[in-house]
Design a protein around this ligand. Structure first.
Ligand code: ADP
Length: 459
């Protein structure tokens, strides 16, 4: 029984059968405890009334009279003290009744056959068409003693109702089984679809088709499932792109190193060429080293464990030191750098924050125009500080601006492609700023310049 559908159907029908049996047993108990004595009492009263009436009517023809009574719905057995027996109405299926019972009733006892009928189900009790299942009362007519045994003719009285209730029950059971079979299909269908969607997802196929129009938990589940599938697809894409980018970024310096190292083997080479090649090789090694350093940093930022070593950091001083160490590159490009850097202390990880300023400053130099301008400033604003890096560089258009924080993204124009870089710097910056509870904004106009604003909480 593997499928949920079969289980559902079997369990529901099982519950129906079980509750049917239970209801039958409970109503049977009710019949035995309450209805049977009541029924006995009712029929005793009727029998006594008949006996009294006949006793008071000496002119009455007993046989005619009982023939009449039986035709309106009674089964009657009459026996006199000489042992003559008469039956009126529908015949009894079972006529055994002890001789002593008949004697006792003739002599004045009342026989409670209905009450004392064996404790079986009400179907066999109430409907049992037996002489034992009657009420017996004494009757005296014209000085002659009789015993009158009487029971309602259930068949005559209730036959149509009997059939009607039978049909009602059968129809109710049949219809509910059919409905269970169909409704369960309707209920279980989305679950089967989700199951096959899960399978297709685990096989790497993210294009799953699910019904999200249902307004219930299953519809909601399908919707979340689709969202999860598209998120997984995105992540999978990112993973593939990441690996292909890393492989490319490692492969190209390695093949350059290999090529130039081979050239160095040639003996007929001028000392200038040789030193030129060596510096190219060194440059490639530096690129590889930067790349691995950035990858390691990103990996540790990605890990959830707390890598921050919080301290009080004077960011003004930190940036000024950074400018000093980059003075040579700034001077080489003829860039004019101005700054307003007051001593501002914030709580953070000094080396991670240094990586932020370093990336923003080197970008402002790298993507600047010759003889351009860089302006760096710090402003305190309530419980946060704003750090501005503004340059008069090549700028970014709106589309590029959206993507610069993506890993490995580099603006693909001749201007910026000629500049060394990995495309990881700004994604590291964004991760560090987020880790410090801050945000980073970028404003830029193509060909005019870019400004980055880092907003960090003081504590
Ligand atoms: P990279 O190693 O290429 O500098 P980053 O992640 O630091 O990587 O920057 C991503 C891209 O964003 C850069 O390749 C460049 O195209 C663009 N970019 C970053 N900073 C600036 C800036 N100050 N001005 C113009 N473009 C910039």
């Amino acid at each position: 029984m593997r499928s949920l559908y079969v289980k559902f159907v079997v369990f529901t029908i099982g519950i129906m059968i079980f509750s049917g049996i239970l209801a039958f047993l409970i109503s049977n108990m009710y019949y035995q405890q309450k209805l049977k004595p009541f029924n006995d009492q009712k029929n005793t009263t009727i029998a006594l009334n008949i006996a009294e009436f006949t006793g008071n009517q000496p002119d009455l023809d007993l046989k005619d009279y009982f023939e009449n009574i039986s035709s309106i719905g009674y089964q009657i057995f009459l026996v006199d003290n000489s042992g003559n027996e008469f039956y009126f109405g529908a015949p009894f299926r079972e006529k055994t009744l002890s001789h002593s019972t008949k004697e006792q009733v003739i002599n004045g006892d009342i026989f409670h056959g209905i009450l004392n009928f064996p404790q079986e189900t009400f179907v066999t009790g109430f409907f049992a068409n037996e002489l034992k299942n009657t009420i017996g009362v004494p009757l005296t007519h014209n000085g002659k003693k009789y015993a009158l045994f009487i029971r309602p003719d259930i068949k005559l009285l209730f036959n149509e109702m009997h059939i009607l209730f039978g049909w009602l029950l059968a129809l109710a059971i049949m219809l509910s089984i059919i409905m269970v079979i169909f409704i369960t299909k309707y209920l279980v269908h989305p679950i089967s679809k989700l199951t096959s969607a899960t399978k297709s997802l685990s096989n790497g196929n993210y294009n799953v088709d699910l019904d999200t129009t249902r307004h219930d938990e299953l519809g909601e589940l399908s919707l979340s499932f689709l969202r999860m599938a598209s998120k997984l697809e995105q992540m999978d894409e990112m993973r593939k792109e990441f690996i292909s980018n890393i492989s490319h970024d490692i492969q190209s310096p390695l093949s350059n190193i290999k090529g130039y190292a081979n050239l160095l083997k040639s003996e007929s080479m001028s000392p200038e060429d040789k030193s030129n090649y060596i510096s190219i090789i060194n440059g490639e090694i530096k690129r590889l080293s930067t790349l691995t350093r950035q990858l390691l940093l990103l990996a540790s930022l990605d890990r959830d464990e707390d890598i921050m070593k919080r301290k009080s950091v004077n960011i003004g001083k930190q940036i000024k030191e950074l400018i000093r160490s980059n003075q040579w590159q700034i001077g080489e490009k003829g860039i004019t750098l101005g700054f307003t850097l007051p001593d501002v202390e914030i709580t953070g990880d000094p080396s991670l924050l240094n990586a932020v300023w370093d990336n923003l400053l080197t970008n402002a130099i790298k993507y600047n125009k010759p003889n351009g301008i860089i302006e760096i400033s710090i402003k305190e604003q309530g419980k946060s500080v704003l750090v501005f890096f503004e340059d008069s560089g090549i700028g970014l258009n709106d589309k590029e601006k959206e993507r610069i924080f993506d890993r490995f993204y580099r603006v693909d124009t001749a201007r910026s492609r000629s500049v060394d870089g990995t495309g990881l710097g700004l994604s590291i910056v964004a991760a560090i700023v987020t880790l410090h509870g801050g945000i980073i904004h970028v404003n830029s106009i193509e060909n005019q310049g870019t400004s980055f604003v880092v907003e960090l909480p003081v504590r």
